[in-house]
Design a protein around this ligand. Structure first.
Ligand code: ADE
Length: 230
């Protein structure tokens, strides 16, 4: 079983998303375990301080290294063969599908969520990897952590159906784009951007019942740049 340990000062941000749908079911089926740890609980002063002003001056506050360190000490005590400690930061390596596949093979994945203006530089020394979810700056590492838990959990065997994992194997190659899908109604009348009415049709071939031709069409559509959204 893959165990996630998320270090955050906002643990209540997680259950709303992670306890629902596929990830929620994966937890109930004990295919993954997701723990949140409030590293504020590991601050030793009576005010439970997790941040402080930067040495040398400057604006904002900096997350302190000790509470994060103490929390890490506790959750990495158990012997785990395959464990990675990741720090979420916009300066990290960009998260992608190959990284998700690599992380899905671990026993324990520790995710540290930064906050505020940043963290003490020494936090970086405590981790195996630094990961970003994209070239933009969020207010903290909580959404990136959820993104990683989501993308990694769906790759754990048994979480999504066999069919979906096969698709993963066959098609999750570099730059692959899935073929377009349609469901009822066959024709959909609408006004796009409040302009004149149009009928958006399902491609004839998908209604033909000719499975060989459908497969061929899907093969051609998959990977087409035109399948990408505008
Ligand atoms: N924290 C703030 N922005 C982030 C990003 N883009 N990726 C990972 N962690 C972050």
């Amino acid at each position: 079983m893959l165990q996630f340990d998320i270090l955050t000062i906002f643990p209540e941000m997680f259950p709303g998303y992670l306890n629902e749908s596929i990830i929620g079911r994966a937890q109930k089926k004990k295919l993954v375990k997701i723990n949140q740890h409030n590293f504020r609980d590991y601050a030793t002063d009576k005010h439970k301080t997790v941040d402080d002003s930067p040495y040398g001056g400057g604006p904002g506050m900096v997350l302190k290294v000790e509470p994060i360190y103490r929390c890490l000490q506790k959750i990495t005590r158990a012997k785990k063969k395959k464990r990675k400690i990741i720090l979420l930061t916009p300066q990290g390596k960009t998260f992608d599908q190959p990284m998700a596949r690599r992380l899905a093979k671990l026993d324990q994945l520790v995710l540290i969520c930064g906050r505020y203006e940043g963290f003490d530089e020494r936090v970086r020394s405590l981790v195996d990897e630094q990961v970003s979810v994209g070239d933009y700056v969020l207010t903290g590492g909580e959404l990136p952590a959820m993104t990683i838990v989501d993308a990694v959990t769906r790759l754990v065997p048994g979480v999504v159906g066999e069919e979906a994992s096969l698709v993963e194997e066959t098609f999750a190659k570099k730059g692959y784009i899935e073929y377009p899908q349609y469901t009822r109604p066959e024709k959909f009348k609408c006004k796009i951007r409040q302009q004149k009415a149009e009928i958006l049709k399902t491609p004839e071939i998908l209604l033909s019942g000719d499975h060989r031709k459908i497969k061929e069409w899907r093969g051609k559509q998959a990977g087409k740049k035109s399948c990408r959204r505008k």
